[in-house]
Design a binder for this molecule. Structure first.
Ligand code: FES
Ligand SMILES: [Fe+2]
Length: 414
C-alpha cells in the first residue's frame, strides 16, 4: 500500500511538472515573531514538544550490533541508547541511580556500564549488577535501582524514544503511518559513513529552512546554483511532511543526468526516484538524498533546541546505501558531505542567525509563509497544536491526523 502511495505522489509530481503547476496552500499564513523569540514559549517548546513527543535519536546503523551504545544529551536530558543482546534497542536515562552521575559518554561497545563516580555497575539492559562495597553501603533493593527506561521504537532503520519514562503516548500512533513510507529507504541495511554536529540558530528558525524549496536558488545561488527549482509539493502524515519538486525529472543512483519519468513506464520507475525530495520527521529531523561518488546516500539532519532561545544543535549523519568500494566513491561521498556543511553552516544557519537576531528586536510583529510554503505553515500549526494539547489528549491528537497522500492531489488549473 505504501508503495502505491509513493506511486500516487510521483504521478502527481510528474503531472504538475508537465503542466508547470504546483500545489498551493489555501492562504498566506502569519506567524507572530514572538513565537520565535519569546523565552517562555521556548521553554514550553522544550518541555511540551521535546520532552513529550517521540524524537528520532539515531539511525539504526549508528548502533549496528548488540552491545553498541550511544550517550547523548537532548534538551537537558542525558540519554543512553543501547542495543541489547537480542538486537532490540533500549533507551535509558543516562544517570546512575546512586547519585545521578551520567554513566556513559560518547559511542562505543560495552556489555556493562560502570559509573565513574563510586563504581556501581549496570548491565546493558539497565539492571543494577553491583554496588561498590555493598557491606558498607547499607541495604537497598537492587531491582528497584535499575536504570530508568524511556519508551522507544525502532522502525524503518531509525530509532525513536520519548524522554518521559511515564509517557503513555504510542510512538507508532505519533508516527501517523509515516514510518511505512520511510521504510522504503531501507535504512536498516545502510551504513553510517560520517557524522558531525553543528551549532545553529533558534531551532524553529533553523527548521523552517528544511521545509521550503523557495529559498534554494536565492540563498544557495553560490552552492546549488541559481537555476535550482524553487517549488515544492507537500505531502503530510500528521505533522510529518515530505517535500518534493513538481517535475517529471528525478535523479537515480549512478546516473549523471536526471531521468525523465514521463518517458518510461510507471512500472519501471526506480525506487530512489519514488523517494526523492526531503522527508521531514516532526519536530526535528530532515532527510535528503544525495549521490556523492555515485553511491546513493542521504543526509539525516537531527535538530534540537539549544539552552537558550537563540541556539540549536544539529547532528548531520551521512548514511549510504552501501559502503563505498573505490577510493573515488569514498572521496565523492566525503566531498558531498563537506559540501553540505558549507551549505548548511555557511548559508542556512548563518542566515538563520542574522534573521533571528533581527527578530529579537521585536519590531517586526509577524512573519509570513506563502501559499507555496505549506511546509512551514503546517509545521507551525502543529507546534501550536502540541503546545495546547494536554498529556491525556496527545494520543487522540495524532490518532485523528489523517495522511494527505493516499489519493493523488488534484491538479490546479494550468
Ligand atoms: S553516582 Fe554512580 S556510583 Fe555514585
Ligand atoms: Fe537551505
Amino acid at each position: 500500500m505504501s508503495r502505491e502511495d509513493l506511486m500516487a505522489m510521483t504521478r502527481a509530481l510528474v503531472a504538475h511538472g508537465l503542466r508547470g503547476t504546483m500545489e498551493l496552500a489555501d492562504a498566506v499564513v502569519r506567524v507572530p515573531a514572538a513565537s520565535y523569540t519569546d523565552p517562555g514559549r521556548f521553554e514550553a517548546e522544550r518541555r511540551r514538544i521535546f520532552r513529550r513527543l517521540p524524537l528520532m535519536l539515531a539511525p539504526s546503523c549508528e548502533l549496528p550490533e548488540p552491545g553498541c551504545y550511544k550517550a547523548m544529551e537532548v534538551v537537558g536530558v542525558p540519554v543512553l541508547l543501547a542495543r541489547q543482546r537480542d538486537g532490540a534497542i533500549a533507551a535509558f536515562l543516562n544517570m546512575c541511580t546512586h547519585r545521578g552521575n551520567p554513566l556513559a559518554s560518547g559511542r562505543g561497545k560495552a556489555s556493562r556500564f560502570t559509573c565513574g563516580y563510586h563504581g556501581w555497575s549496570f548491565g546493558s539492559d539497565g539492571t543494577l549488577l553491583g554496588i561498590a562495597s555493598p557491606q558498607d553501603f547499607g541495604v537497598v533493593e537492587k531491582a528497584a535501582l535499575c536504570l530508568r527506561r524511556f519508551p522507544s521504537l525502532e522502525r524503518a532503520g531509525l530509532i525513536w524514544a520519548i524522554l518521559d519514562p511515564a509517557s503513555t503516548l504510542s510512538i507508532e500512533t505519533a508516527l501517523c503511518g509515516y514510518d511505512r513510507l520511510l521504510a522504503h529507504f531501507g535504512f536498516e541495511n545502510w551504513i553510517l559513513f560520517d557524522q558531525r554536529t553543528l551549532p545553529g540558530p533558534n531551532w524553529k528558525t533553523a527548521y523552517d529552512g528544511y521545509l521550503d524549496f523557495y529559498h534554494l536558488p536565492v540563498l544557495h545561488a553560490n552552492t546549488f546554483g541559481r537555476d535550482f527549482f524553487n517549488r515544492a509539493n507537500y505531502f503530510a502524515w500528521g505533522p510529518h511532511q515530505r517535500l518534493a519538486t513538481p517535475s517529471k525529472f528525478a535523479q537515480r543512483t549512478g546516473a549523471t543526468d536526471q531521468i525523465d519519468l514521463s518517458a518510461i513506464p510507471e512500472a519501471d520507475w526506480p525506487m530512489d526516484a519514488l523517494m526523492q525530495g526531503v522527508w521531514t520527521i516532526f519536530p526535528h529531523v530532515s532527510i535528503a538524498s544525495f549521490y556523492g561518488g555515485g553511491v546513493r546516500g542521504a543526509m539525516i539532519s537531527q535538530l534540537f533546541p539549544g539552552r537558550t532561545v537563540t541556539e540549536s544543535v544539529t547532528t548531520q549523519y551521512y548514511v549510504m546505501e552501501r559502503p563505498p568500494e573505490t577510493e573515488e566513491q569514498r572521496q565523492g561521498a566525503h566531498d558531498q558531505f563537506a559540501f553540505l556543511k558549507t551549505v548548511v553552516e555557511g548559508e542556512d544557519y548563518a542566515t538563520g542567525r542574522r534573521q533571528h537576531e533581527a527578530l529579537m528586536s521585536g519590531l517586526l510583529p509577524e512573519v509570513l509563509f506563502g501559499r507555496n510554503e505549506r511546509g512551514g505553515q503546517v509545521f507551525h500549526q502543529w507546534v501550536d497544536r502540541v503546545l495546547e494539547t494536554d498529556d491525556a489528549d496527545l494520543e487522540a491528537l495524532f490518532a485523528s491526523a489523517q495522511p494527505t497522500v493516499a489519493a493523488a492531489p488534484a491538479l490546479a488549473a494550468a
